[in-house]
Ligand binder design. Structure first.
Ligand code: ADP
Ligand code: MG
Length: 486
């Protein structure tokens, strides 16, 4: 870590929206479809076609703006951003420039050490470009325009992040937020979440920012951290040797873990931004904003706090359960069936998560129904079965999908809680282990544990251990008394 320099990072994140149709036409946004099957005259920019803004895209923009405490611009505008590349059939990308839909918000991030508020400068809507695929064998290039025109939100942070780890925490928080809102799957591998990272250094205590570089198009959390760490070291070396950082656009090479200057780099003026005359200014009345607000689900931050204050879980558990909306939804449903928050949390984060990891899924309902897990926990709490038996019942539940009550009944797994039955077993065990009983009478307390173990063994693990402890102690006390009397 640089002692004498402070790291300054600002991220531009691109979030693919999970609308059914594209930003300005009716083509499907389906991921992984056969090349060029999700296209139409607008996507292909055929002469005479006109764009129409997707209402759901705008609603998702408002939603993310509200969730990040942004001001929603009552009147905002689409702009043309020009550049020449085969993946952009119109010769310009429809984006927003000086009148974005959202401005001046913030997002709270939590790292191991602290929780910090990071400023959001703006959020704007834009369309994605297509994809060029180069075949090095035959030297040909192919073009897939399925992705051209898919709606994106670009979320631009203030330069408030102070380490590569914070940059990752910020991106994770954004991913969590869009997933809870249901406006994007936030999947970095599929390119639903990508980011450009801006980074500069300044001497500690200095108020003004240093010269920054921008690393383009990073598509994994690990690469964000690696690229920023590499860039920190590179810039420190330059500054320490008395040279200066050149403001430039870089690409991260994940093979070598290094950054390299990108060849053509455009300045904002090179894009010749101007308002798109084909799209009227977008007016957003207060009533629309309120309508969107009323459709918004509870935010992860709120649910994190609820888990601690309403359910009494600790911060660590609350963090784990709110990593995905499916987890916290599932937790609440399990709780509704057993009213035991700590147990529900333990079962989910150990047994259920272990199964999820094996299945490579994040849908706990696919492992066991929440109602079934809740009723398993009730069976333990009511001492019908022991915790150990419950593990076996759980295995059976995951393989057969059956209700735990049914499993317990069919397999005769019920815990033995009848005092009479337990007493018979205890008396038998004490008769068979008269030597240990003798040791106990001579003052050796430790043999009690051994005797409890023998009773549990005799019951094949189905005796209620708490009752065995109590009843055994009672029997031993009786023997002691008799011994004294005689
Ligand atoms: P531009 O208009 O040139 O794209 P912006 O002001 O919109 O620049 O900033 C783009 C991104 O760069 C933002 O995320 C911002 O936080 C970040 N940024 C700006 N200046 C710096 C700096 N000196 N060091 C690190 N990041 C910066
Ligand atoms: Mg920029």
């Amino acid at each position: 870590m640089p002692q004498d320099y402070e790291i300054v990072i600002g991220l531009e994140a691109h979030v693919h929206l999970s609308t059914k149709s594209k930003a300005f036409c009716a083509s499907s946004t389906q991921f992984g479809a056969a090349p060029n099957t999700c296209t139409d005259p607008v996507t292909l920019a055929l002469p005479g076609t006109l764009p129409v803004a997707n209402r759901v895209m705008v609603e998702y923009g408002i939603m993310l703006g509200l969730a990040t405490k942004c001001e929603i611009r009552r009147s905002n505008r689409f702009a043309r951003k020009h550049y020449f590349y085969p993946d952009l059939p119109k010769g310009y990308q429809i984006s927003q420039f000086d009148e974005p839909i959202c401005e001046r918000g913030s997002m709270t991030i939590r790292t191991a050490e602290s929780s910090r508020v990071i400023g959001i400068k703006r959020i704007h809507m834009e369309e994605d470009a297509g994809k060029n695929i180069h075949d090095p064998h035959c030297g040909a290039s192919y073009l897939d325009l399925n992705r051209a025109g898919v709606p994106l939100l670009e979320v631009v942070s203030e330069p408030d992040l102070r380490s590569p780890a914070e940059a990752v925490a910020y991106l994770r928080t954004l991913r969590q937020l869009v997933r809870f809102l249901g406006i994007s799957d936030g999947n970095m591998e599929e390119g639903s979440l990508r980011c450009d990272a801006n980074i500069s250094l300044r001497p500690r205590g200095e108020m003004s920012f240093g010269t920054r570089t921008e690393i383009k198009n990073i598509n994994s959390f690990r690469f964000v951290e690696k690229a920023l760490e590499y860039e920190t070291v590179r810039q420190i070396k330059l500054l320490k040797s008395g040279r200066s950082v050149v403001q430039e656009t870089l690409l991260f090479d994940s093979q070598t873990g290094t950054t390299h200057p990108m060849r053509d780099k455009e300045e904002s003026s090179d894009y010749r931004y101007f308002p798109d005359p084909d799209l009227p200014p977008l007016r957003i009345p207060e009533s629309w904003i309120e309508e969107v607000r009323s459709k918004m689900p509870k935010l992860p931050e709120q649910r994190y706090h609820d888990l601690m204050t309403v359910y009494g879980l600790n911060a660590y558990d609350a963090g784990v359960l709110t990593a995905e909306r499916e987890y916290v939804d599932y937790f609440e449903e399990v709780f509704n069936h057993c009213s035991n928050a700590k147990s529900a949390c333990n079962w989910i984060t150990t047994e259920v998560f272990a199964k999820l990891r094996k299945q490579g899924s994040n849908q706990p309902q696919d492992v066991v129904k929440a109602a079934h897990l809740g009723s398993l926990i009730r069976l333990i709490d009511q001492e019908v079965i022991s915790g150990k038996m419950a593990k076996n019942v759980f295995e059976e539940m995951t393989s057969s999908g059956r209700d735990p009550k049914e499993i317990v009944e069919k397999q005769g797994l019920k815990q033995i809680t009848s005092e009479g039955d337990l007493k018979t077993m205890i008396v038998n065990v004490l008769e068979r282990h008269s030597q240990q009983v003798g040791e106990y009478l001579a003052g050796n307390q430790r043999v009690v544990g051994f005797l409890v173990g023998q009773v549990m063994k005799a019951s094949s693990g189905s005796a209620n251990p708490k009752m065995v402890n109590q009843l055994l102690q009672k029997e031993l006390d009786l023997i002691k008394q008799k011994n004294k009397d005689s």
